[in-house]
Design a binder for this molecule. Structure first.
Ligand SMILES: CC(C)(COP(=O)(O)OP(=O)(O)OC[C@H]1O[C@@H](n2cnc3c(N)ncnc32)[C@H](O)[C@@H]1OP(=O)(O)O)[C@@H](O)C(=O)NCCC(=O)NCCS
Length: 175
């Protein structure tokens, strides 16, 4: 249904495999500093990571969603994907890489490759991404990839009941 693998200069976006459970646990899923920007709970041990990996593999079968692999280490370091939320409108369902790998330009490679795939192969008309108001790096990533601010949604974090602002950014095919 969707392409199995996307290649960028330094990365592969590929479907998850049980072989990568340890790397995903160590590099990203167990990291509080990554989870805080999103809506998941960090994994506390490898058993929890195995359960998460089974769910991830199942989810990725029919969705535009991948793990991120760094070419030079061949390790799984993150995840990313998009959902079709309306006719030819795609929205990110979370892009994240482990703390040791941030700030190397990987986020831009991931988002640009997904945008490219959506616009060119899936004939998308619009791409929408969101980030919490305080997530400055994510905001820079979205602006850097050509998206522009659209609107803000008030949200409540289901993990602890705190309120936050979710800023929505978008880019249309004609831009
Ligand atoms: C958000 C995230 C995916 C960005 O990926 P990244 O590889 O770190 O970002 P890049 O290196 O591609 O840089 C993207 C932009 O952020 C800037 N940036 C990166 N790290 C930064 C830092 N520590 N401080 C300030 N700016 C920074 C870059 O300069 C670049 O902006 P520019 O093009 O204007 O120069 C990554 O940081 C991450 O996974 N964070 C944790 C999870 C998360 O917040 N996900 C997004 C919510 S959906």
């Amino acid at each position: 249904m969707y392409i199995d693998k996307i290649e960028t200069r330094d990365l592969f976006l590929k479907k998850a495999s049980m072989d990568d459970v340890y790397d995903m646990h160590v590099n990203i899923w167990s990291k509080d500093e990554t989870a805080k920007h999103m809506l998941w709970q960090p994994t506390r041990n490898i058993e929890e990571a195995k359960i998460r990996m089974l769910k991830t593999i199942e989810y990725q079968k029919n969705n535009l969603a991948y793990l991120i692999y760094e070419k030079k280490t061949e390790k799984a370091i993150g995840f990313a994907g998009m959902n079709e939320i309306g006719y030819k409108v795609y929205k990110d369902c979370g892009i994240a890489i482990g703390p040791e790998y941030v700030g190397c330009g990987y986020g831009k490679q991931i988002l640009k490759s997904l945008m490219d795939y959506c616009f060119k192969d899936l004939d998308a008309n619009k791409i929408v991404c969101s980030c919490r108001r305080e997530n400055k790096i994510s905001k820079k990533l979205l602006l850097s990839c050509g998206l522009h601010y659209s609107h803000t949604l008030p949200k409540t974090d289901i993990r602890d009941g705190t309120d936050y602002l979710l800023d929505i950014y978008e880019i249309s095919r004609v831009e």
